[in-house]
Design a protein around this ligand. Structure first.
Ligand SMILES: *Cc1c(COP(=O)(O)O)cnc(C)c1O
Length: 362
């Protein structure tokens, strides 16, 4: 099987050193070696989340982390506002509905960012317990201004929950400083690791909300998971995805050695480079440039091309995997993921493959 270059919004490429760790014999999760590794991971995660609160590791994909936050913070009928700008905003809304919350969807449109004035009006008049919002909307390649959104939520005493599944460890997010109540991410996007884990951090206010939540939870009980993390020999209530824990411990060591600011800077450079290249090919971005994500670029497919053909040409001829649009954007856009472990060589190869596909199809 030939190894593809995954320029997708997850799973992303995994560095050699992380692959080695992920492929090793899994540690037993009730041993000293595991406790030491898990302590190290927990320390790294706090640095990456920029929080002094505990970060909880759950064995699930990112969606499981979103579900855990809903199930642990809220009670039946709680009124929440979901500020959606695409596919993953709608997913958050659907999870909230599935758990019986009184969720309201405020759709700002696929390809737009959250409009801060509209949001402020809603929160001022709405009597919401919480605001749910996506940091980096992977379906449209748009990054929301979460710092400002959190300010507004805090102004009206509304708790703010952020889906940072495709952003944490790639672009700045300061959980404590910005006053965010819950942050969710996962292993297979910016954290350069295989799938299998989600990570959730809660503020003090959110842990208080968890005290009164009446929704059912067992495997995803964050309180129970926190008890494990707080032990002198930290562990998890059930068998975790040990291999992925080993991988993320290694990958987060690498990220922190590199320095988060350097990681952010490299991502910002990549984002800019991809956008410049797209424009030089005569193609258009889906969103306005000022809200365009540095982690994933969504490109409009002109009439004369077919998204599926561009994607399959890049895959078959160049071994580079990119993705198409979701929901209403299916067939209308292509998306290049450039989050996590992306080398200069991978990026250059991807842009050349795109040019070749455009030349050939056009
Ligand atoms: C990928 C992604 C998710 C879902 O993650 P899974 O790991 O596939 O469950 C949620 N939100 C955003 C913004 C994502 O990019």
């Amino acid at each position: 099987m030939k190894e593809m270059i995954l320029m997708t919004p997850g799973p992303t490429m995994v560095p050699e050193d992380v692959k080695k760790v992920a492929g090793a014999q899994p540690l037993h999760h009730r041993t000293e070696d595991f406790y030491e590794l898990f302590s190290n991971l927990n320390k790294n995660l706090k640095e990456i989340f920029k929080t002094k609160n505990e970060v909880i590791t759950l064995t699930s994909s990112g969606t499981g982390g979103m579900e855990a936050v809903i199930a642990n913070l809220f009670s039946t009928g709680d009124k929440v506002l979901v500020a959606s700008i695409g596919y993953f905003g709608e997913r958050f809304y659907n999870i909230a509905r599935a758990y019986g919350l009184d969720a309201e969807l405020q759709d700002f449109g696929w390809g737009n960012a959250v409009d801060l004035d509209v949001l402020e009006d809603k929160l001022r008049n709405g009597n919401y317990k919480a605001l749910l919002v996506t940091h980096n909307e992977t379906s449209t390649g748009v990054t929301n201004n979460v710092k400002e959104i959190a300010k507004i939520a805090n102004r009206y005493g509304v708790a703010i929950v952020v889906d940072a599944v495709s952003s944490l460890g790639g672009i700045p997010l300061e959980m404590d400083e910005w006053g965010i109540d819950a942050v969710i991410t996962c292993s297979q996007k910016c954290l350069m690791s295989p799938p299998g884990l989600s990570f959730v951090a809660l503020s003090e206010r959110a842990w208080k909300m968890a005290e009164t939540s009446n929704l059912p939870k067992y495997y995803f009980s964050l309180k129970k998971a926190r008890e494990g993390v707080l032990k002198p020999n930290p562990d998890t209530p059930a068998t975790p995805a040990v291999s992925t824990i080993m991988a993320v411990a290694k990958a987060t060591n690498m990220l922190l050695e590199l320095g988060l600011d350097n990681v952010y800077k490299r991502q910002a450079d990549y984002g800019k480079r991809v956008r410049e290249y797209i424009k030089s090919l005569g193609l258009e971005l889906l969103p306005e440039e000022k809200i365009a994500s540095d982690l994933i670029t969504a490109i409009k497919v002109p009439e004369k091309y077919k998204a599926s053909e561009i994607i399959s040409h890049m895959k078959e001829k160049h071994g580079v995997l990119i993705t198409g649009g979701q929901g209403p954007l299916k067939g209308k856009i292509i998306r290049i993921g450039h989050m996590g472990y992306v080398t200069e060589k991978m990026l250059t190869k991807t842009l050349e493959a795109l040019k070749d596909a455009i030349d050939k199809e056009g």
